[in-house]
Design a protein around this ligand. Structure first.
Ligand SMILES: [Zn+2]
Length: 243
């Protein structure tokens, strides 16, 4: 029975490893999300720069158009005979010039804003690069942990055939059958009840288990029962530590 318990302990450790092997990669998910968020930040910064430049180009094109208009008006001036009309065209030229000067002011503001946005973009890129490096390092650490875990699990699995040999074939096949549906498959008898399902075990059976006469399974959950005092737990403990 002690050998079966050792085998069960090994199987539990292997199962724990497999569980952790599944969970570990999930820890990287949040790092991927953070990386995406950082990339988004840079994209927004770049977009901001582009918008400023686009507006600047629009202003400059507007200025050119207004200058064309002024040229046209100025070209008309020598041919105008009527004073009223002359004044109106002059007024029109004045208006266009005012618009140009507004746009020129806007261009200066935009040039400043663009310079500022570019500086911020550079700053963001440096900061984000640093943060991404950190996240990559975290992911690499998780990968290293995972590799170590896989190695550990394989070492445990390599020990299994040896431990299996130590268990009586009939008991082993019973154990293998039960553990497919219930884990742990081997449970202690607690007072007079099953350590797995906590149902009461018949006194006759309890006596036989205590006397190590026969291997019994719980009639309710079908787990293999053992009497803790009959097995040296310290031996099983050692297995756990070395595993
Ligand atoms: Zn039971």
């Amino acid at each position: 029975m002690i050998n079966l318990l050792k085998l069960q302990r090994l199987d539990t450790n292997i199962a724990d490893c497999i569980q952790k092997e599944k969970e570990l990669p999930r820890q990287k998910d949040k790092f991927f999300i953070q990386k995406e968020r950082l990339a988004e930040e840079i994209k927004n910064s770049e977009e901001h720069c582009r918008k400023i430049q686009a507006e600047q180009r629009e202003c400059e094109a507007g200025i050119e158009q207004l200058q064309e208009k002024i040229k046209k008006y100025e070209g008309q001036l020598p041919d105008i005979k009527r004073n009223e009309e002359y004044k109106a065209v002059l007024h029109e030229i004045e208006m266009q010039k005012k618009q140009i000067s507004n746009k020129e002011e806007r261009v200066l503001v935009l040039m400043d804003a663009h310079e500022e946005a570019l500086a911020k973009l550079e700053e963001d890129k440096t900061r984000v690069q640093g943060e991404i490096s950190k996240l990559d390092a975290e992911c690499a650490a998780i990968d290293a942990d995972l590799a170590e875990l896989v190695q550990h699990r394989k070492a445990l699995q390599a020990k299994r055939p040896e431990l299996k040999e130590e268990v009586e074939p009939q008991l082993l096949s019973l154990y293998e059958r039960i553990r497919k549906v219930r884990v742990p498959a081997v449970v202690p008898l607690n007072a007079e009840s099953c350590g797995g399902c906590f149902m009461t075990i018949r006194p006759q059976i309890v006596n036989e288990i205590m006397g190590s006469e026969k291997v019994h399974t719980c009639q309710h959950c079908h787990r293999i029962l053992y009497y803790p005092d009959n097995v040296s737990l310290s031996g099983a403990e050692t297995i756990e530590e070395s595993a």
